[in-house]
Write a new protein. Structure first.
Length: 108
């Protein structure tokens, strides 16, 4: 499971009727690619009941900043899917713990 760190220290941010959470996402030490693809990212982890939209920067490898990955959030499974440069999904058990990016979650 990845690490999620809040980047703002103020009270809850609000966007219309939705709450907004800004944070830093660090990839999992062992990515899951199989029946339940992706890394779990639940609304509770960002102090929400539901996530309507989760937007990520491209994760960059802190050990080698020239290496990036692409990520997207699957709302129906509450999982973050990771992809290589060729837009193929990262293989099972890949260590992504050196990759970090900022994100914004919008929900209720």
């Amino acid at each position: 499971m990845a690490t999620i760190t809040r980047t703002t220290i103020e009270g809850d941010d609000v966007f219309g009727r939705r709450r907004v959470y800004f944070g830093v996402y660090t990839g999992p030490a062992s990515y899951l690619n199989g029946a339940d693809d992706g890394d779990s990212f639940t609304a509770a982890e960002v102090n929400m009941g539901t996530i309507d939209l989760l937007v990520f920067e491209n994760p960059v490898d802190t050990a080698n900043p020239a290496v990036m990955r692409a990520v997207t959030y699957n709302v129906s499974t509450a999982r973050v899917l990771w992809f290589l440069e060729a837009f193929t999904q990262v293989t099972d058990t890949t260590d992504l713990s050196t990759f970090t990016c900022r994100f914004m979650a919008i929900g209720r």
